[in-house]
Design a protein around this ligand. Structure first.
Ligand SMILES: *Cc1c(COP(=O)(O)O)cnc(C)c1O
Length: 361
């Protein structure tokens, strides 16, 4: 059975080696005679998975004992609400930097909880770029600053993060976590739905600094309290155990590849294969994002007209390149090339793009 090159934005492609390992262990996990899906979340086997996943995430990000990694449910979308519920108190203001639809959604949830301030937005021009540091206008003493590190829909990505001093910095990194080295110690909280760069859907990773756990509201329902999840080692209730197991396999795979520095090299080379075709196409392909804001995870581009875009998507599918149709708010095409997308997949797409241009240009 042939596997396709899967450019879907999420759920997304997973490393073949990880799927094969899960397959080998599917029916009998480490001599238990059971699948990971069937063992108790209170068993020593599951506890080992849970602890190893936390340790691997911290190792990859270079985080020490002042951080915890939580495995929660409800997707990044639940974090949009949990963040302000836990950290936006009465009389406080939270600052949001808007760089796309997901940051807008995060802001909308916060507006239901308390006072917010838009510190910067690049909505004008349909989110083609990341704001420059000097465009960011913070409110006076914000409770936290929220940003989206990679804009999955628009194909833009923060190239580096500004320094906000002691103000807690919170980031939605759902679509680019672990794609390259960055200073994770700058962040008070990072969250990511797993289904793009970390594993299957069903689990949301939350990386939270100890002082934030101590600051989090204790007046909320238990399932919405970071302190309760941290105190219970993400086992307050039944966790999405198979998804956490898969995330751990992906983290082990990442380490074996050489960690974040190796991933950055791999991802830069992959992205260059496709951006080079766009840039040398004399306008046949037009990238959505400004060059200095381009994402190495989601590449968004348009063709000359919608008929060509339809033909591109359908011919690509026939060639085994699937999931290239862009999000409706941008139109055109989107190639999601997360960590698990191989260089061969990107080369195949680049070759297909050149051939499609030769036939239709
Ligand atoms: C996909 C995505 C989300 C939504 O994640 P869910 O897990 O479906 O809630 C949020 N933020 C970003 C940046 C995303 O790419």
């Amino acid at each position: 059975m042939e596997r396709v090159f899967n450019f879907n934005a999420g759920p997304a492609t997973l490393p073949l080696a990880v799927l094969e390992e899960a397959q080998r262990e599917l029916l009998n996990y480490k001599g238990t005679g059971m699948s990971v899906m069937e063992i108790s979340h209170r068993s020593k086997e599951y506890e080992a998975i849970n602890n190893e996943a936390e340790a691997n995430m911290k190792e990859l990000l270079g985080l020490g004992s002042n951080y915890r990694v939580l495995f929660l449910q409800g997707g990044a979308s639940t974090q949009f609400a949990m963040v302000p519920m836990n950290f936006l108190g009465a009389g406080q203001k939270a600052d949001y930097i808007l760089t796309g639809s997901w940051s807008e959604k995060a802001l909308k949830e916060a507006q239901k909880i308390g006072q917010t301030h838009v510190a910067a937005t690049t909505q004008e021009g349909n989110y083609v770029r990341i704001p420059k540091a000097d465009e960011i206008q913070l409110s006076e003493a914000p409770a936290y600053i929220h940003l989206t590190s990679n804009n999955t829909i628009f194909g833009t990505q923060w190239q580096s993060f500004p320094d906000f001093g002691d103000i807690p910095l919170i980031a939605d990194m759902s679509s680019d976590i672990l794609c390259k080295p960055f200073d994770a110690n700058k962040f008070a909280l990072i969250y990511a739905g797993a289904q793009k760069n970390l594993g299957p859907s069903g689990v949301t990773v939350v990386i939270i600094r100890q002082d934030m756990i101590e600051k989090a509201s204790t007046k909320l329902p238990s399932m919405l309290r970071y302190d309760i999840h941290a105190k219970n080692n993400s086992l307050y209730n039944t966790p999405p155990s198979f998804s956490v197991y898969m995330v751990n396999l992906v983290l082990c795979w990442l380490k074996a590849q050489g960690g974040l520095a190796a991933m950055e090299k791999h991802n830069l080379e992959k992205a260059a294969l496709i951006y080079d075709v766009i840039d040398s196409s004399n306008g046949f392909y037009k990238g959505h994002a400004d060059k200095d804001s381009r994402s190495i995870m989601n590449i968004t581009f348009r063709l000359l007209n919608e008929d060509l875009e339809k033909a591109f998507a359908s011919e690509a599918t026939k060639a085994g390149l699937i999931g290239l149709k862009g999000h409706r708010s941008v139109g055109g095409m989107r190639a999601s090339i997360y960590n698990a997308m191989s260089r061969e997949g990107c080369q195949a797409l680049a070759d297909f793009m050149k051939e499609f241009m030769r036939k239709n240009g």
